[in-house]
Design a protein around this ligand. Structure first.
Ligand code: KG4
Ligand code: ZN
Length: 341
């Protein structure tokens, strides 16, 4: 979609460094001008997960270059910026501090406002860049490595968590199942690729918790996968890893689609959005498209690279905070966790 540029739209630089991606992006209003990213996941893969100290050092090594490239690609001089928006949490403290300190320097040096962005709100805001006409109310499926929830957005800055996981996040479950299947980190894309050649024929437990509300649990599902594989191995029986991947993927994701549609119906909204790394999953995207289609709901789905961690979504959330006049002091600190509820 071509987004109209208006003169009054603020020019915002977004910076993200909460985990192993160092990213910078520039937006003018809801138009995305650049979106740069450098990932240390190849380095982290050697250790089977993110090593916080390595992540911080990698951020430090590349942050300046990533921001310079984002400004250059956008055709923008730093003096033209109206604000700098940066992730202050949730995430790895050392990693967050690199982006946050860099952003503070920019804000102070240029005399422009600093906007502190909650990473999770960033994932929610990614959809605004996808469709210029998107406006609340809507219901969002949020599924990342740290959070999984169904969220009702009432206004640009007012949210209600309808429900979500009571233990592991969906992405975390994908990463753990990938380990069981001896697949590399990060596990999600590898499980998805393996599942393409498999059948959904491994019996796995239902994930629903409680009395039919929106809460569910991933830890039982992960344990069931582990038990299935171990039992087969102990008995000397062969099993098909692709079938395990396909069965897990369907058990882990079908429920998210079902609960999202139920949430949209209950809140009486016409629009559904989604965000977070797991929403890059092709199986989930197709299921969500079909379910929204059947239910007569409009689906605004960020493209895959804006579901996994990126700075465009941080700039997008920065714009919502700009509109609300929420600016941060230079004393803003990094926060390892921020409650969703
Ligand atoms: O949103 P994100 O990039 O970082 C967090 O904020 O956590 O999400 C990362 C998570 C990881 O657990 C990763 O395995 C998962 O998203 N993920 C996927 C896929 N791509 C990334 N899970 C399932 N299928 C995928 N294609
Ligand atoms: Zn994320």
């Amino acid at each position: 979609m071509v987004t109209q540029l208006r003169k009054s739209d603020p020019l915002i630089l977004g910076i993200e460094s909460s985990c192993d991606e160092t990213a910078a992006a520039v937006i003018r209003g809801r138009a995305l001008l650049s979106d740069e990213i450098a990932s240390s996941s190849m380095v982290q893969a050697k250790f089977g997960g993110v090593v916080p100290e390595i992540a911080s050092r990698e951020h430090l090594a590349v942050v300046e270059g990533v921001v310079s490239r984002a400004l250059k690609q956008a055709g923008v001089q730093k003096e033209q910026l109206d604000a700098v928006a940066v992730t202050y949490g949730a995430g790895l403290l050392g990693a967050l501090l690199v982006g946050l300190s860099f952003a503070k320097g920019f804000s102070y040096g240029l005399g422009i406002p600093l906007i502190g962005v909650n990473h999770i709100r960033g994932h929610l805001a990614a959809a605004y860049l996808e469709d210029e006409t998107l406006a609340p109310p809507f219901v969002t499926l949020l599924a990342s490595g740290g959070h999984t929830a169904i969220i009702y957005t009432e206004t640009e800055t007012k949210f209600k968590v309808l429900g979500g996981t009571l233990d592991d996040a969906a992405g975390e479950a994908f990463d753990k199942v990938a380990r069981i299947l001896s697949l590399p980190y990060p596990g999600g894309p590898h499980v998805e690729a393996l599942a393409r050649g498999g059948k959904n024929n491994v019996p796995l437990p239902k994930m629903l918790k409680g009395n039919g509300g929106y809460d569910f649990s991933y830890s039982g599902l992960k344990t069931a996968v582990l038990n299935y594989c171990h039992t087969k191995e102990q008995r000397g029986e062969v099993y098909d890893c692709a079938d395990v991947a396909a069965s897990f993927q369907s058990a882990a994701l079908d429920i998210l689609v079902q609960k999202t549609i139920e949430g949209a119906r209950e809140m009486n909204v016409k629009t559904v959005t989604a965000g977070g790394g797991v929403v890059a999953n092709g199986y989930l995207r197709e299921k969500l498209k079909c379910a929204c289609n059947e239910a007569g709901l409009r689906l605004v789905l960020p493209e895959k690279r804006r579901c996994t961690d990126n700075a465009a979504m941080i700039a997008a959330e920065g714009l919502l905070q700009w509109n609300a006049g929420n600016f941060a002091p230079l004393s803003l600190n990094a926060q390892a966790s921020i409650s969703l509820r």
